[in-house]
Write a protein that binds this ligand. Structure first.
Ligand SMILES: *[C@@H]1O[C@H](CO)[C@@H](O)[C@H](O)[C@H]1NC(C)=O
Ligand SMILES: *[C@@H]1O[C@H](CO)[C@@H](O)[C@H](O)[C@H]1NC(C)=O
Ligand SMILES: *[C@@H]1O[C@H](CO)[C@@H](O)[C@H](O)[C@H]1NC(C)=O
Ligand SMILES: *[C@@H]1O[C@H](CO)[C@@H](O)[C@H](O)[C@H]1NC(C)=O
Ligand SMILES: *[C@@H]1O[C@H](CO)[C@@H](O)[C@H](O)[C@H]1NC(C)=O
Ligand SMILES: *[C@@H]1O[C@H](CO)[C@@H](O)[C@H](O)[C@H]1NC(C)=O
Length: 318
């Protein structure tokens, strides 16, 4: 009888231990899961920085050891022929920056605000693949966005998105809008002329190719000059007004050429570790402006004494 009772007590005891262990598992899981999530909540991020810090969970891959490295979102807001292609190659030479190019040059992506938001969500979730994607250890992800690619048209919703998601804006403009105009004329001429062995190039990697492209000297329509310059200036002013409530930095192409410390400012703005940034791109139009156009005399006459006369003078040396 004693032995039987001993066996029964033993049995009940073993059973209860077993049940405890089986029942224990789910509670352990439930506890450990939020702990893993909470581990990304880096304590040393300043409260003012919190809206701009993200820990994306891409659907297409795993961020592995960098899962808890904070990621910042940015957008380069610019106009064509303002050095943004060159600027983007500089950013992409940084191992932790991924700037995915002119995503909204494709019309369907900017057809309405829902397609824009859908595209942005995918980029910022690191699920957009281009040659610039860095994946796991990306610390700043973004794109290049021209003002005429739906940005001004849908500015209210886009500003709302930027502020809700903590997207930082990098304005990149050119101070000398006359140089920009000449670059546009030459670039659109090359779209048909295709000076480089029959292929159209907007950016080049050798001085030889740059010389060929610069050999074309456009004629600037002097009577349209002032209205055109005013229109671009107005667009640039409006964009800064629209996006002034976002976290932003304003850069000028000429300033970056004259002073590479500006690239330190950009890296600080994006809160990425400081690196030397480099680009293989070669500037196409060099030297004095007067030698780059056919009708310099007309241009001088049109701009002398106006708000735009400073554009006639040299503003950087290479
Ligand atoms: C937005 O554009 C896409 C693609 O053009 C279209 O399929 C969709 O129906 C549009 N949505 C709205 C709300 O207009
Ligand atoms: C930058 O990338 C390197 C290499 O991929 C990685 O080890 C490092 O943690 C990244 N830095 C940040 C701030 O994410
Ligand atoms: C274009 O032509 C030049 C000579 O004018 C040559 O050196 C270069 O390799 C050519 N490039 C391509 C892409 O064919
Ligand atoms: C300049 O543009 C105006 C308006 O489009 C045009 O009437 C005029 O013929 C153009 N002038 C030249 C020299 O092309
Ligand atoms: C753009 O802003 C600048 C600086 O605030 C101002 O001098 C200029 O007149 C403005 N241009 C236009 C076309 O509104
Ligand atoms: C270069 O840029 C840095 C950072 O914006 C600035 O502090 C410095 O004064 C600039 N140097 C010159 C010579 O303009």
């Amino acid at each position: 009888m004693l032995v039987l009772m001993f066996v029964m007590v033993c049995g009940v005891y073993i059973c209860s231990v077993c049940l405890k262990q089986i029942g224990g598992h789910p509670t352990v899981r439930l506890l450990s899961y939020p702990m893993a999530e909470r581990a990304c909540d880096v304590a040393d991020i300043e409260p003012s920085e919190k809206p701009y810090v993200h820990f994306p969970k891409p659907e297409s891959f795993n961020r592995e050891e960098c899962a808890c490295n904070p990621v910042r979102y940015f957008a380069i807001l610019s106009t064509q022929r303002s050095g943004s292609g060159w600027f983007e190659t500089l950013l992409n030479s940084h191992m932790n920056i991924s700037s995915n190019g002119e995503i909204f040059s494709v019309k369907v992506r900017r057809s309405n605000i829902s397609t824009i938001v859908e595209t942005l969500d995918k980029i910022y979730n690191l699920d957009w693949f281009t040659s610039a994607s860095k994946n796991e250890c990306t610390a700043a992800v973004g794109l290049k966005w021209m003002l005429n690619q739906g940005l001004m048209q849908h500015h209210e919703e886009i500003v709302e998105y930027f502020n809700a998601k903590g997207v930082s804006a990098i304005f990149l403009f050119r101070r000398n809008l006359l140089r920009r105009m000449i670059s546009i004329l030459a670039n659109s001429f090359d779209q048909n002329a295709k000076l480089l062995n029959g292929t159209h190039k907007s950016h080049v990697h050798s001085t030889h190719d740059a010389k060929i492209l610069a050999s074309y000297k456009p004629v600037v329509n002097a009577s349209l000059l002032i209205p055109n310059l005013r229109q671009v200036e107005d667009l640039v002013n409006k964009s800064m007004e629209y996006f002034k409530s976002t976290r932003h930095i304003i850069l000028y192409y000429e300033d970056i050429i004259n002073n590479r410390t500006k690239l330190v400012d950009v890296q600080n703005f994006l809160r990425v570790p400081l690196r030397d940034l480099s680009s293989r791109q070669v500037k196409i139009h060099k030297g004095s402006l007067s030698s780059q156009v056919e009708n310099w005399g007309d241009i001088e006459k049109a701009l002398e004494g106006t708000h735009y006369q400073s554009y006639l003078h040299e503003d950087y040396k290479l």
